[in-house]
Design a protein around this ligand. Sequence first.
Ligand code: ATP
Length: 258
Amino acid sequence: MSTIEISGLHKSFGNLEVLRGIDLAVEPGEVVCVIGPSGSGKSTLLRCVNLLEEPTSGSIRVAGTEVTDPDCDIDAVRRGIGMVFQQFNLFGHLTVRENVTIAQRRVLKRSRAEAGRIADKNLERVGLAEKAGAYPAQLSGGQQQRVAIARALAMDPQLMLFDEPTSALDPELVGEVLAVMRGLAAEGMTMLVVTHEMAFAREVASRVVFMDGGVVVEQGPPEEVFGAPREERTRVFLHRVLEPTRVSEDEIGARPAE
Ligand SMILES: Nc1ncnc2c1ncn2[C@@H]1O[C@H](COP(=O)(O)OP(=O)(O)OP(=O)(O)O)[C@@H](O)[C@H]1O
């Protein structure tokens, strides 16, 4: 059974048709990276999987459950999905450990001791065991995002959704979050990742999905999508994002005219 199976998914906001017939499956243990230009519908796709947005039409099955079915127990489905957003959404008045225990206690009804033990295990997993007693404001953005990942992992998800998890970070902090995600991929976690980090997608994805204008233009193993894209739209996009900024030494050294 596929972990996610999407077919004929449409989503409109008023007159704006953002998703125009998406078919996509994610198999257990796969890391699927969704890339594409701004506004192509990547985040909306992810939010539909978690029913943060309601699809206009189409079908989404998560571990066999049709999430668009009005009778579906959406809370039960959501419990199986860990979601990590661009913004970390931590509670500022709670410590790191409390941020990781609160949903475990409220939603899974774990005891304080058990939730604490699981929090510590997952903080260790993201390399933040020593920060358990700190408050979010005392952490860097990269550390806060790793806490958000630990919080999601503590719920024992069978699937992790990442929506541009590094986009709000200073460039020097991106690597530590990607390293944690790389580790999860190596552990066999099923992951659907919307990202602008092309090097990560190229290196870690089992499959890359290129979206543009609300449709999946092409998908395949990273070596194919990056190395030999079949579609012109993919080629144009990759050329634009992968072409290094050309700054000549003269320009770097140039002083503004007096
Ligand atoms: N709640 C909403 N109401 C109205 N329009 C929306 C809403 N959410 C998204 N949109 C619009 O849907 C389109 C797709 O947005 P989405 O965030 O899914 O794109 P994206 O590919 O993830 O872009 P980016 O890479 O910039 O995050 C955009 O035009 C956006 O303005």
